[in-house]
Write a protein that binds this ligand. Structure first.
Ligand SMILES: [Fe+2]
Length: 512
């Protein structure tokens, strides 16, 4: 082909692409549902004909009316609820509808219509009536999805398992810029720079939501979500950047932008934003008599990280001689959330009590860089008095069958939560499961070396990527650590690496 012909072809293709852009569907980001309750749930979409438009507005300016419909069948032939919502620029044309008046404990299908186009159909599910007998609940649990380091095959396989409910336990996005020096990435972020502004975070969420595997997962089942650090910035805590020289007022502006974009892209209730600048994402949901689920926020209210080294507030292994580690005034959850959590423990009548949060709860004895006994400051071990208060509340409220789920570690864990971790033979009062990352780089082998000193950690694996599947019945929970064959293979297969059972009335995991 001559240079002139090539230039002509380029002109034609750019004309075609701008024409198709003008006519593009606004539903490029799919649909989602979440926060199910007995007579409804949240349904979500965001209109974005140009998902990663530089201004973060998704290619729209004017407000758009959006019709939503809910049906009892998947072909949308039996509409039982319908309404209209307005999508405007102030919320990046996101739509959150709290559907109510539905029947408990059954699936529903939903879709949106705007600008003459229809969204894909999503499936949601109402929770069973409060206290009603429930024989079965299936969960799929994910964390840590780095866009550049792998394809989201884990999400595809989670959707294929047809769960009743999905948990996203943090690092749903990464705020990073390009991993420029790496040659092993499978795709690039929308921009080379790290996210800092509202437009940056909006583009980042929109980019993620263009992924077909993630879209299919959201369209399959309602979700519960919490965040970890990378929804804002690596290793931040509350108002404090990981960089000690950044003023808190400046960091608060960035955090507000990141939280706003999170809300705009998640199927969350309006109550989350009812008391800004707080984003109240901690919440409690009941699933009949079978399960109560507490979703925690481990980032917004936490005390500043302990034992800072110079101007860095990043996580590190601090020697146990650091007195801040043992300061009872420090909190991971903040006073209000702690009080709410322990009141919930005392009031729960559920057979199983699931706590969905971002981090490893169990302590992990590690050596610091000088070989002294240490604690990792970024996770629960940096907030050990809060951990002790929380586990004491589990024990003293006689919470039935407590099971914690978390992410963050980029490795799979199964742990026994002990009444006293200093005494390995003390009573086990709860069980914990941490899932492998969807795609993020795995934890280093130094963690594997720490395992002999941590007998309450029953299982550790940093060789895989994937997620967790949970089958819950009144008498038994089975949790499977699921692994994809290769994060860099878009067609990766899935298998179970290890499975554990928890029997009712018997805290601690048994190999299944
Ligand atoms: Fe992560």
């Amino acid at each position: 082909m001559s240079a002139g012909a090539a230039a002509g072809a380029a002109l034609v293709s750019s004309a075609v692409s701008s024409r198709s852009k003008a006519a593009a569907s606004p539903f490029t980001l799919g649909v989602a549902s979440g926060s199910p309750w007995p007579d409804g749930f949240v349904i979500w979409t965001r209109l974005a004909p140009d998902p990663v438009a530089m201004d973060g507005q998704g290619g729209l300016i004017d407000a758009v009316d959006v019709v939503w419909e809910v049906s009892t069948d998947e072909v949308m032939g039996a509409i039982v609820a319908r309404g209209q919502a307005r999508a405007d620029a102030a919320s990046a044309h996101a739509v959150h509808v709290e559907v109510a008046g539905l029947r408990p404990g059954r699936p529903y299908w939903y879709r949106f219509t705007a600008q003459g186009e229809q969204s894909p159909v999503g499936r949601a599910r109402t929770a069973p009536a409060r206290g009603a007998p429930l024989s079965h609940l299936r969960l799929a649990i994910a964390s840590c999805a780095h866009w550049e380091t792998g394809w989201f095959s884990a999400y595809r396989h989670m959707a294929a398992e047809d769960p009743d409910l999905v948990f996203f336990l943090g690092d749903y996005i990464y705020e990073y810029g390009y991993a420029a020096s790496r040659t092993d990435v499978v795709r690039r972020f929308d921009r080379p720079e790290e996210c800092r502004t509202l437009a940056d975070y909006r583009r980042r969420y929109a980019l993620y939501r263009t992924d077909p595997d993630l879209q299919s997962l959201h369209a399959t089942a309602p979700c519960l979500v919490t965040w970890d650090d990378h929804e804002v910035q690596n290793d931040y805590s509350a108002d404090y950047s990981q960089i000690g020289t950044i003023p808190t007022a400046e960091f608060r502006t960035r955090r507000l932008a990141a939280y706003k974009a999170f809300y705009e892209h998640m199927p969350l209730r309006r109550s989350v934003v009812a008391n800004l600048p707080e984003f109240r994402i901690y919440s409690r949901l009941d699933f009949g008599d079978l399960a109560q689920i507490s979703v925690l926020d481990g980032r917004q209210y936490r005390s500043i990280q302990p034992c800072a080294v110079g101007n860095s507030r990043r996580g590190h292994v601090a020697p146990l001689t650091c007195t801040e580690l043992h300061d009872p005034a420090r909190s991971m959850l903040g006073q209000a959330q702690e009080r709410w959590l322990y009141e919930g423990f005392r009031a729960s009548r559920a057979r199983w009590n699931l706590i969905a949060q971002d981090l490893l709860v169990a302590p992990m004895a590690q050596a610091d860089s000088s070989g002294r006994p240490g604690a990792f400051t970024e996770g629960w071990s940096g907030y050990e008095m809060n951990r002790t208060r929380m586990l004491n509340a589990v024990a003293s409220s006689r919470l039935r069958n407590p099971v914690f789920f978390g992410g963050d570690m980029h490795a799979s864990f199964t742990t026994d939560l002990k009444a006293n971790f200093d005494k390995p033979d003390s009573r086990t009062i709860g069980t914990e499961f941490i899932g492998a990352a969807v795609t993020s780089d795995p934890a280093g082998d130094s963690l594997a070396a720490a395992m002999p000193a941590n007998p309450h950690i029953r299982y550790f694996d940093n060789r895989h990527h994937g997620y967790m599947s949970v089958n819950l019945t009144p008498g038994r929970m089975e949790t499977r650590h699921r692994a994809v064959s290769d994060r860099r293979d878009p067609q990766a297969t899935v298998s179970t690496v290890k499975a554990f059972a928890v029997e009712t009335g018997r805290p601690g995991a048994q190999e299944a």
